[in-house]
Ligand binder design. Structure first.
Ligand code: HEM
Length: 443
């Protein structure tokens, strides 16, 4: 395909079916886009954000964007510019393209390999134990709030060597104010002013940590970045390290918070599933011990439930990309300069891909059904291809450790008369939280 021209038989951009996003779109991203797929096929577009956004939906679209044709797409334009990650957090793995990205990813990959998780499990277990200890006394908790404290403390210690306490609380508070700023400001100018003040606050927190690591290198990720060299053999600048650290901290807790909260919500709504998950925990770990990495890897039933939570409540709904080279997909031409969203949330709800997709059914992932294996790129809660989420092992180990401890210690029930609603900003939030009653199990 040559730039700017449409191949014979391919329909031009303006003929891509156009849709209008409903006002409640943030509360039903997946179901709405899956419905549009049934009506229009795997590609359609909207202009609701004042920009042309092309939605590409379904496993074939995912394979195209994430694997076969991935070099036609830019993360920098998608995550970086369209989703403002560059303005908010700086330049890190999620906002880089091409050779620069690959070099930085290679640098960080070892610290995210599954074998490396051995060194994070003890700190995950400690932070989880300390945080959940009070649940019984309190009686009622919002598991979304609780999960955020846990995942942030874990990310701060594992990635940046910061021990839980007032300093980490300050970090978490600044991140939260950044993530929610868009909902409280009145104008673009106010947003810019307040965001740059928050960025200065964050920089002031992290810069001394970098200086400390330069003087005394450590083996957490911040230590690794400080001692690393770029392609020219130069050490990474403070700005570069800050960008990486911010993105790892935010990506490392925001998404895990949402997924673990929904996992608890689902277990509370499906007592049979919760009983089977508990039985597996007791068999593997016993009533009181903390799970080891070996135990965590053996939690096959919990894996199924976690995959079903990922399918039904993916923390990232759509992956944004800028188009940097024209392409044809499903009979339509898409020119460079447009934006594409590949849709995670909609793919997970397509009836041709998953049986009765609206139902909670963890067994769909077990042999012999293994629905996710029938169609590659159908379960994409962590993305896919060479740029699959770097934190997938970290997140799964952490969430399983959390469920393991909480399930054996407490009977957890949903507080009655609450509405559970997934709401998508850039990532997902249960809009009114997920409130649970926690009762200490009899020993
Ligand atoms: C439940 C937890 C998580 C979910 C659902 C999740 C989801 C995702 C998704 C969907 C992508 C790909 C985005 C795209 O294709 O546009 C991604 C990328 C990424 N994630 Fe995660 N993530 C999770 C946890 C983590 C953790 C714990 C970390 C770090 C500690 C992390 C760091 C990153 C980074 C740095 C990238 C960009 C990777 C690259 O482009 O090379 N994530 N994540």
């Amino acid at each position: 395909m040559t730039m700017g021209k449409t191949a014979a038989g391919t329909r031009p951009f303006r003929e891509i079916p156009e849709i209008t996003l409903p006002s409640d779109y943030p509360m039903r991203v997946g179901p709405f886009l899956a419905e549009m797929y049934q009506r229009h096929g795997p590609i359609f577009r909207t202009n609701s954000f004042g920009l042309d956004i092309v939605y590409m939906v379904g496993p074939e679209a995912n394979r195209f964007v994430l694997q076969t044709d991935r070099l036609k797409f830019s993360y920098r334009q998608g995550w970086g510019n369209l989703f403002s990650v560059l303005d908010i957090f700086g330049d890190g793995l999620l906002t880089m393209d091409g050779a620069e990205h690959d070099a930085h990813r290679r640098l960080m990959n070892p610290a995210f390999a599954i074998a490396y998780m051995d060194r994070y499990v003890p700190l995950m277990n400690r932070i989880i134990r300390e945080r959940i200890t009070k649940w019984g006394e309190r009686g009622e908790i919002d598991v979304y709030d609780e999960a955020r404290k846990i995942t942030f403390d874990v990310a701060a210690e594992a990635l940046a060597g910061l021990r839980a306490g007032p300093e980490v609380d300050h970090f978490r508070d600044v991140f939260m104010r950044m993530l929610t700023l868009g909902m409280v400001v009145g104008s673009q100018q106010e947003w810019e002013e307040r965001m740059s003040a928050l960025r200065r606050e964050l920089d002031d927190l992290i810069r001394p940590k970098i200086a400390e690591r330069r003087a005394h290198p450590t083996d957490d990720i911040l230590g690794l970045l400080v001692t690393a060299a770029d392609a020219e053999g130069q050490p990474l600048s403070d700005e570069r390290i800050i960008g990486h650290a911010n993105i790892l901290l935010v990506a490392g807790h925001e998404t895990s918070t949402s997924l673990s909260a929904w996992l608890f919500g689902l277990l509370a709504q499906h007592p049979d599933t919760a009983r089977r998950a508990l039985a597996e925990q007791l068999e593997l770990v016993g009533p009181d011990a903390e799970p080891s990495l070996t135990d965590i890897k053996a939690m096959k039933y919990l894996d199924l439930v976690l995959m079903e939570a990922e399918r039904l409540y993916p923390p990232v709904s759509n992956g944004p990309r800028g188009v940097i080279e024209d392409f044809d997909f499903a009979g339509y031409h898409v020119p460079a300069g447009t934006y594409v969203f590949y849709s995670i949330a909609a793919t997970h709800l397509l009836p041709g891909v998953f049986e009765r997709p609206e139902e909670f059914d963890p067994e769909r992932f077990a042999a012999p059904r293994e629905e996710h294996k029938r169609t590659p790129y159908s379960l994409v809660g962590f993305g896919g291809g060479p740029r699959v989420c770097i934190g997938i092992n970290f997140a799964k180990v952490e969430i399983k450790a959390l469920v393991s401890q909480a399930l054996r210690r407490y009977e957890l029930e949903l507080v009655p008369d609450q509405t559970l609603t997934q709401y998508y900003r850039v990532t997902a939030v249960p809009l009114y939280g997920i409130r649970l009653r926690a009762r200490e199990r009899a020993k």
